[in-house]
Design a protein around this ligand. Sequence first.
Ligand SMILES: O=c1ccn([C@@H]2O[C@H](COP(=O)(O)OP(=O)(O)O[C@H]3O[C@H](CO)[C@@H](O)[C@H](O)[C@H]3O)[C@@H](O)[C@H]2O)c(=O)[nH]1
Ligand SMILES: [Mn+2]
Length: 393
Amino acid sequence: MGLSLAELWFSLYWFITQFVRWNPIYRYTFKDRLSQRYENAFPYIDIFVCTAKPRIEPPIMVINTVLSVMAYNYPSQKLCVYLSDDGGSDLTFYALLEASRFSKHWLPFCRKFSIEPRSPAAYFSTNPKPHDSNPLMAQERFSIKKSYEDMKNRIETTTRLGRVSEEIRKEHKGFQEWNHVSTQYNHQSIVQILIDGREDKAVDVEGQSLPTLVYLSREKRPQYHHNFKAGAMNSLIRVSSKISNGSIILNVDCDMYSNNSESVRDALCFFMDEQKGHEIAYVQFPPSYNNLTTNDLYGTCFRVLNEVDLPGLDANGGPCYIGSGCFHRRKALCGMKYSEECEREWKRETDRTARESASVLEALCKVLASCSYSLCLGTLKVSRLTQLTGPSR
Ligand SMILES: O=c1ccn([C@@H]2O[C@H](COP(=O)(O)OP(=O)(O)O[C@H]3O[C@H](CO)[C@@H](O)[C@H](O)[C@H]3O)[C@@H](O)[C@H]2O)c(=O)[nH]1
Ligand SMILES: [Mn+2]
């Protein structure tokens, strides 16, 4: 009886889904035209990476994701990367400090040899051998691989130990914050700007500017509910509005590195489309997974979801919001309706950055990441997110 009901339900489900799958839309971008028209008028992009549990989400994995988004092929002065650490862990902070130093070598290397993917761990594991045809690359690859492995060893040793040594703690003022942290669920907000992209000294080894890099651990108190990732996203939206206020926000989970350095430009082809751009609230990238099954039976992705269901939904008002890998307009997340006038405003807003010094910004942002601030504004409702529509690619 139960089985027959289940069969009946799945038949009905299959029948309904066919309507959605009837007329899928596949979209293509023309990034060369985007560059020709807008290269100097690109918007600021804020990228949020979320992590919560240093034991399940090891700091070395987290910083690989951070490095993959820092290395986007996009003007670095217009990129600002935020790591939200709901674990409130100094181990994650230490790993991010290491990543901020390593990025000075990694970003020029990626740029020079156009390497993909730009997560160092993924790059070194998918390209185990250097390219013999280019001796310069082979040499540089050897040295950058060595410095990556040294960094990885330092981070993993510290993670295994479970605490940051006294020598390391002296390397950055940010570690002093942990003098006041009692537990993961009971601590003040911590905001540390590790790279301030506005400064002249924020450059890589080739003298090119680096993206801004911010560590955030919002306040946690036992009497306040923290609302998991949605709570973290709320804090990130507030804190980033003070520091960089990028018009476009990308969110990635810490275990989902970006496997394409052109993703920002792909998303902008939709947002900056002169005719239809203002109708688009978000651009959702389909996720791929590396380790779903032994021997990777399904070719690293959910094929039906990515190749049939999402393009099908696109033809019916827009794909659903999946979470990681989604670009949003900031204004859409803040509940504003987007119109053609906003598009014109946006063009005027592209050169706006905070004027306060990094330490003043840190102090201001701590207030924005506090529990009482979250409480008075309420939480970002998932229902709001699902109302927004936009195309997938
Ligand atoms: O209190 C919390 C709990 C989780 N997270 C982060 O949120 C992300 C997602 O949480 P997780 O428990 O890993 O959820 P998953 O089921 O693995 O992820 C699915 O659900 C997420 C939340 O809707 C989407 O972002 C993902 O794309 C989707 O794969 C991770 O980066 C976590 O670090 C926080 O920041 N704070
Ligand atoms: Mn996850």
